[in-house]
Design a protein around this ligand. Sequence first.
Ligand SMILES: Cc1cc2nc3c(=O)[nH]c(=O)nc-3n(C[C@H](O)[C@H](O)[C@H](O)COP(=O)(O)O)c2cc1C
Ligand code: SF4
Ligand code: SF4
Length: 262
Amino acid sequence: MKTEIIYFSATGTTKAVVTAIAKGLTGNVHFIDITQPEKRKNVTAVNGDLIIIAIPVYGERIPHFLFDYIKQIKGNGTLLAAVSVYGNMGFGISLEQFKDFAKTNNFRLIAAGTFIGQHTYTSKEAPVAYGRPDEQDLSQAEFFARSIQQKIKMGDFTCPEIPKCILAGFITELPDSGTRFLVRQPRIKGTSCNACGACARKCPVGAIDLNTLEINESKCLRCYACVKICPKEARTGGLRLSVFRTIFYHIGMKRKKNQIFL
Ligand SMILES: Cc1cc2nc3c(=O)[nH]c(=O)nc-3n(C[C@H](O)[C@H](O)[C@H](O)COP(=O)(O)O)c2cc1C
Ligand code: SF4
Ligand code: SF4
């Protein structure tokens, strides 16, 4: 059996989850990392018995720019497992979007899973999902993979029941600019930047000019990949107001469980 895992991961948590999923699979597993913009220039042609698509949740849904890309992938009847990774706040409509996508693009959705990853905006003061996925999460991701293969082995290709999000209408209408209102665009602070360019090369939407290191405000997702990769801790960001941090921590402090749907 050949499995293709297509994933996007700006800060590595989705990558950790799909790596664990791959450990649970038998047969040939091929990764397609679509995090960097040049990897999304051409549409991926599916070439496997099972396709797994994994994304992080932004604004309770599949990030817009990413969904626009994914929507071009044609299934031709191939089996699909959908994975969303979220920061312990909510996965919103992400799995429902995958279900609609499967129907429209001729995939057979046979499994879906939603896993917790450390929240992008976690901090010492508001440690939301800090350190996740942890060992327990990763072993559940492996279990998810084994369960998918078991389902296929039994000849069961039914579509799982995905719970409906009661705020779906509201979430669909939320503008991306909401995050910009809450979260600062990363900036270079102090004099420690040595112009290594790692942040510019890491940016998943090419928003950082490699020469000037300036960020194109309208392109920036606030994914903080540039902040996390900086070896000098020169790039900083954070929530705009301390009140946002209090609300953020209040919503995200209680450990949520991963969920799988088969
Ligand atoms: C712009 C943006 C919006 C986000 N929105 C949500 C959200 O709605 N719910 C949530 O639980 N986590 C949210 N997160 C957190 C990410 O889903 C989480 O940190 C995820 O693990 C990041 O995946 P990655 O490390 O593979 O990039 C958001 C992160 C970003 C950057
Ligand atoms: S510039 Fe914006 S989009 Fe690019 S890595 Fe930094 S936070 Fe992400
Ligand atoms: S990664 Fe850090 S040190 Fe390197 S160019 Fe970017 S801000 Fe400067």
